[in-house]
Design a protein around this ligand. Structure first.
Ligand code: C2E
Ligand code: CA
Ligand code: CA
Length: 447
């Protein structure tokens, strides 16, 4: 610990920055520059934020019995100080002064709590419990705890008024415990379900809107759980994504699709060389995690070879979130898939980041317009113009357009007038077991 240029600090005439920082936007971490000699916070200030010293030097002064502020320690670059602010609302017990010009990250309590709540539920629970325990052992100091009867002490703990919602939720560890336990249990069940081969694909037809014939299927995962019955993907894919199990599920679906492909192709009428049905496909959903490394390309190649599948019959559906993290890496994966010969559809288009501007940057083949647009086609809103613009742009980039969520006859006419190629939705069929899908396919070519 280095010693200070001054031993004691006269706080009388100095105004601390803590109050001013509190009035600023407290929902996100921000960086600020402070000149030398700034009193960052003063003993007695209500704590609002912690600090991370990026550049410069800061000294901390604490109060002695006589009421003067004495040098306690020097803070070096890269160190966090004033971090008790992240725990509770009680007044600061020390003062902090910059001794050089400083660049400092300000970490407001709200943003800290938001980050914790956004974590994996298990980690969030652990951190919340640690903070809560710390609060219980620290607040009011042991002497006062000794004087209090336990009821008073607990009431005092509950006296953190005017807390933002995040903080209240964070303190509600009961709810968090429940969520974390459920998630852990679901993770165990998912592993068991994988071992017991309880996951199967259902198939939903995707039709050529002009001919009303099946152009392909989308494989949608279903969990036929021995104890839960049929479980839909929205109830387990998010946990599978957080735990990394989704990669196994996605590859399992792809493997099942490859394995069934010869039987499915047999249901198509004999194909001439230039028949567009050569392009018959089954698409498989791929979570974004698969796009973080090139492994997925090798895995897909392995399955295509194992089942001797013509890659043109395989399509992978990804969402925009797979592209936004590390865009260069995602594009490498897309290029690798293109070389293999499988095609890629951008799923749920319009719901995420939806920048039409970046479409040309990625090697994709199809665009799937999210069903929320199709459902608003007839409500007199601007949706129809938006869909027209999306289709126009997609065509410019030579992408096929698939409309999701077709539920009414009139959707088809509207989409055809907008030059949309393909459609999928309950009007044609809900996702169905493979046998039923094969029958549907055969019938589609009989009329
Ligand atoms: P998605 O990829 O957007 O799949 C379309 C979802 O919309 C399916 O729900 C389908 O049953 C439903 N759908 C289709 N047509 C209509 C319609 O006309 N109206 C309405 N209201 N809904 C329609 P599902 O099967 O429950 O799947 C939900 C989501 O779970 C999928 O959304 C996809 O994001 C994810 N998912 C499904 N299977 C897999 C998988 O194997 N791997 C991964 N990573 N995700 C999957
Ligand atoms: Ca999909
Ligand atoms: Ca979709």
């Amino acid at each position: 610990m280095s010693s200070s240029i001054i031993d004691t600090l006269d706080l009388e005439d100095m105004e601390s920055q803590d109050i001013q920082i509190a009035r600023d936007d407290m929902s996100s971490v921000q960086k600020k520059v402070f000149p030398a000699g700034t009193l960052l916070f003063k003993r007695g200030d209500i704590r609002h934020c912690a600090f991370l010293l990026d550049l410069g030097a800061v000294e901390i002064f604490g109060n002695d019995e006589g009421g003067t502020d004495k040098f306690l320690c020097a803070i070096g670059e890269g160190e966090i100080f004033g971090e008790m602010a992240l725990i509770d609302n009680s007044p600061r017990t020390a003062s902090a002064v910059t001794t050089k010009e400083c660049e400092i990250f300000i970490i407001p309590r709200e943003s800290f709590h938001k980050k914790i709540i956004g974590l994996d539920p298990m980690i969030s629970l652990l951190i919340s419990l640690l903070i809560e325990r710390y609060r219980i052992t620290r607040i009011h100091m042991p002497e006062s705890v000794k004087q209090d009867n336990i009821g008073d002490f607990i009431r005092k703990l509950g006296r953190h008024e005017h807390l933002p919602d995040e903080v209240i939720r964070l303190r509600n560890t009961e709810q968090q415990r429940h969520t974390a336990l459920q998630e852990m249990k679901l993770e165990q069940d998912l592993r068991q379900g994988l071992a017991d081969k309880e996951f199967i694909p259902y198939l939903q037809p995707i039709l050529d809107l002009k001919t009303s014939r099946v152009a392909g299927f989308e494989a949608l995962i279903r969990w036929q759980s021995a104890d839960k019955g049929m479980v839909f993907p929205d109830d387990f894919i998010p946990v599978a994504e957080r735990t990394g199990l989704v990669q196994q599920l996605d590859m399992l679906m792809l493997e099942k699709v490859c394995a069934m492909m010869p039987d499915v192709l047999k249901k198509l009428p004999a194909l001439s060389k230039d028949d567009s049905r050569q392009d018959f496909f089954i698409s498989v959903n791929m979570s974004g995690i698969n796009f973080e490394t090139l492994d997925v390309v090798n895995q897909v190649r392995g399955l295509l070879m194992k089942y001797e599948i013509d890659p043109r019959h395989i399509k992978l559906e990804i969402t925009e979130s797979a592209l936004i993290g590390d865009a260069d890496q995602a594009e490498k994966v897309l290029q690798g898939l293109k070389i293999l010969g499988v095609s890629v559809a951008l799923d749920d288009f319009g719901t995420g980041y939806s920048s039409l501007g970046y479409l040309h940057k990625f090697t994709i083949d199809d665009l799937k317009i999210d069903r929320s647009f199709v459902m608003q086609l007839h409500d007199g809103s601007r949706t129809i113009d938006i869909v027209r613009a999306i289709i126009g742009l997609a065509k410019n980039f030579k992408l096929n357009v698939v409309a999701e969520g077709i539920e009414q006859e009139k959707d088809i006419a509207a989409l055809l007038s907008l030059d949309c190629d393909y459609g999928q939705g309950y009007l044609y069929s809900k996702p169905m077991p493979v046998d039923a899908a094969l029958e549907y396919l055969e019938k589609s070519f009989q009329v």
